[in-house]
Design a protein around this ligand. Sequence first.
Ligand code: CU
Length: 113
Amino acid sequence: MQAKLQPCIPAQLYLTIALLLCVAACGQKQAASPPTGVTFKTHRSIGVVEAVDRGKGIVKINHEAIKDSMDAMTMDFHVRDTRLLDSIEPGDRVDFTLEDAANVVVVTEIKKR
Ligand SMILES: [Cu+2]
């Protein structure tokens, strides 16, 4: 009896380990890619505000180079929430955060330095 049962124990153990590894691998895969399949990145940068359009929710920033995104330049950014512009004036040096989803870039945070 015992001689017959023994081979079953390692087999079950292997199965358990294999299952655990599979669960771990699948979990990692899901975490790496968002459900929509859109590549989604967040960048932080600094720059100088050149213009603020509160009505349109646009801020023109002369920004420094953003790693893995773009070179230094002056450009218009849409803001996620126009309230972000309440305390921002042209001439301010700012820290800001960008969200880039399939090249649709939105400022999600902006603060005076
Ligand atoms: Cu730019």
